[in-house]
Design a protein around this ligand. Structure first.
Ligand code: ADP
Length: 614
């Protein structure tokens, strides 16, 4: 196709879906489309400013960095123009015809079904929000590259768009928003002025409306806390995060040593990743004395704090620092360390001051804390203190923490015990728990898939080893005898027979003190990878070491006593019973065993029993 012809293209499926949501279900704050377009203009100006630091040949280099908005009531339009970075033909297709975020499709489908407009705000409806009020949008643009075309992009926000060449467009972008009749209010100067005043005081460039400057750049992060109202924090959060909800937490602080830092950080109301959206880029911009250095600075905060939004301003940063060299500069590493520590301490205080509020945060964001435990050993202790869980000492839904667990530890208890299972009930009923319960030892209950991996990665808390209560090698003190036990000799005979009868299936059989109501339990050897690690190794195509459990029998259990009494006289039946008990113990321990083997064994056992009765 010749470049002078009109090029017609279809939107990607995700864009169509997003447009559908924008147009049909997202009218709560229709006015935010103006904020979104101004932010895009501001981003485009930032990018131009950064480009000018390194590029000599910039189209129309002397245009001033500002945003101009004009309204026309008769034509029913609002026009937003910037002298920013602009877009080439390819960039128009890439930026306005597709969505680059990972996991977008799944996310949009979920949102659509669940109707969660608050989260979609965080995702950033951005440019497409214009279609909340418009039935047609034109984008006139010229890229900063001198040899680029003068272009016009146009779409009615339905199936696709067109691109053609136009004459004389200045550098940057000019968006002409053709308003629907029922939204003609957005072509009225007073209405638009109100909206700009509300949202664009945080924009770092002049915003002019019909030739008159509206905003005063308000870097509220440089103010002290008592000069900023809740409402201003909220407005700034909504501006910085492109959000429509309220921030869940707001952390505003200034420090002079070891670095000069002004930080304003927000935890959003909702965790968008929970709705299927892939990992998000960092949403905390880096500034030096009000001037943006990088909107998505890599390495400024650890990856697992990517849910934070806001601003970090440090006077200590050299203004012209190149982004590439910044990533691994010692200064950024230091900032990272200080900020992370500060934020975790802030969370800890929130957790103590408002237990319910923290519970809500935890439900949505605990994944990130767990990710942090695995990824950042230097912050493990603080992160571990922020974990919440049920335990054998809490009632129902009540939660506790590791510091509280440690406070409650019995005299002489050296280890923190935990179990991971499907639910509190499932863990409480299982064989692993009963020995701890009988001795009044607290067991922390965890119910998420990742927990086993995270806790074993944590290893210890406040010098106390974290030990999975399903592992072999835990020394439990003797209980006052409960019920009659096999004699020492009988136990020894049974154990030695079992060791030969089960040879190869388990690493060894022993009599032990763990069990109360169960006859037998399979314990994971101390050094073996846990079930989750094995699954991960398998998924990564690594060789999974064969894991043979250690069996512990309960010499006080009636079944074990009966087994001892028939071990010589009815050898065939005893064999089948021992095998069946072992299968059940391995199954409960989550070790490899096929369900069909277990049921086959059961059939054989029942047959043998009925045969013996004939
Ligand atoms: P987001 O701003 O969250 O990336 P948008 O849908 O608002 O998403 O915009 C998509 C992309 O289009 C932007 O990332 C940017 O590359 C481009 N874009 C939007 N507005 C402008 C503009 N005024 N000037 C230059 N590029 C723009």
């Amino acid at each position: 196709m010749s470049k002078t012809e009109t090029e017609t293209r279809e939107f990607h499926a995700e864009v169509r879906q997003l447009l559908d949501i924008v147009i049909h279900s997202l009218y709560k704050d229709r006015e935010i489309f103006i904020r979104e377009l101004i932010s895009n203009a501001s981003d485009a100006l930032e990018k131009l400013r950064l480009t000018q630091l390194t590029e000599n040949d910039v189209f129309e280099p002397d245009l001033s960095l500002e945003i101009n908005i004009t309204t026309d009531e008769t034509a029913r339009t609002i026009t937003i123009s910037d002298y920013g970075i602009g877009m080439t033909r390819e960039e128009l297709v890439e930026n306005l015809g597709t969505i680059a975020h990972s996991g977008t499709k799944a996310f949009l489908e979920k949102i659509k079904d669940g109707g969660k407009p608050d989260v979609i705000g965080q995702f950033g409806v951005g440019f497409y929000s214009a279609y909340m009020a418009a039935d047609r949008v034109e984008v006139f643009t010229h890229s900063w590259r001198e040899d680029a075309e003068h272009l016009r992009w146009e779409s009615d926000g339905a199936s696709g768009y067109t691109i053609d060449q136009v004459e004389g467009q200045r550098r940057g972008a000019r968006l002409v928003v053709h308003l629907k009749e029922e939204h003609a209010e957005f072509a009225k100067t007073t209405r638009v002025r109100g909206i700009i005043e509300r949202y664009s005081n945080f924009v770092g460039f002049p915003v002019n409306l019909n030739g008159e400057r509206v905003n005063t750049v308000d870097a509220i992060w440089l103010k002290s806390k008592n000069e900023v109202t809740e409402e201003q924090y909220k407005e700034f959060y909504q501006f910085a995060a492109h959000a429509m909800d309220d921030p869940r937490y707001t952390m505003h602080f200034a420090a002079d040593a070891p670095l000069a830092i002004n930080a304003l950080l927000f935890v959003p109301g909702e965790n968008a990743e929970r709705f299927g959206l892939g990992p998000q880029p960092s949403g905390v911009g880096l500034y030096c004395r009000k001037v943006m250095i990088d909107p998505h600075p890599e390495g400024l905060l650890p990856e697992w704090l990517r849910f934070l939004r806001g601003v970090i301003d440090s006077e200590d940063l050299p203004l012209n620092i190149a982004r590439e060299s910044m990533q691994d500069s010692a200064l950024v590493r230091k900032l990272n360390e200080v900020l992370t520590r500060r934020f975790l301490k802030f969370l800890d205080k929130q957790a103590k001051d408002d237990i319910e509020g923290y519970k809500e945060f935890y439900q949505r964001f605990s994944r990130f804390l767990k990710e942090g435990i695995v990824a950042s050993p230097e912050h493990q202790e603080l992160l571990a203190g922020l974990l919440r869980f049920n335990s054998s000492m809490t009632e129902g839904e009540d939660v506790t923490s590791l510091p509280d667990y440690v406070d409650r530890m019995k005299d002489g208890q050296e280890e923190i015990y935990f179990l991971v299972g499907a639910s509190r009930e499932a863990i409480e009923k299982g064989a692993f728990f009963e020995g701890f319960k009988a001795r009044g030892l607290e067991v922390a209950f965890f119910t998420e898939g990742v927990d086993e991996y995270v806790l074993e990665g944590l290893r210890e808390f406040k010098g106390k080893k974290l030990v999975a209560a399903n592992r072999a090698g835990i020394e439990l003190e003797e209980l006052p005898e409960e019920g009659e036990s096999l004699s020492e000799q009988e136990t020894e005979d049974l154990v030695s027979w079992l060791n030969s009868a089960l040879d190869g299936r388990v690493s060894r059989v022993d009599a032990g003190r763990r069990l109360v109501n169960h006859p037998m339990v399979a314990l994971l050897p101390e050094e073996a990878p846990n079930a989750q690690m094995r699954a991960m190794m398998a998924a990564m195509g690594q060789d999974v070491p064969e894991t043979k459990a250690k069996l512990e029998i309960n010499p006080r259990h009636s079944l074990i006593k009966r087994l001892a009494s028939i071990q010589d006289s009815q050898r065939e039946l005893a064999d089948k019973v021992a095998k069946q008990l072992t299968d059940h113990a391995l199954l409960a321990a989550g070790l490899e065993i096929s369900a069909s083997d277990v049921s086959e064994g059961m059939t054989e056992l029942l047959e043998k029993l009925l045969e013996d009765r004939e």
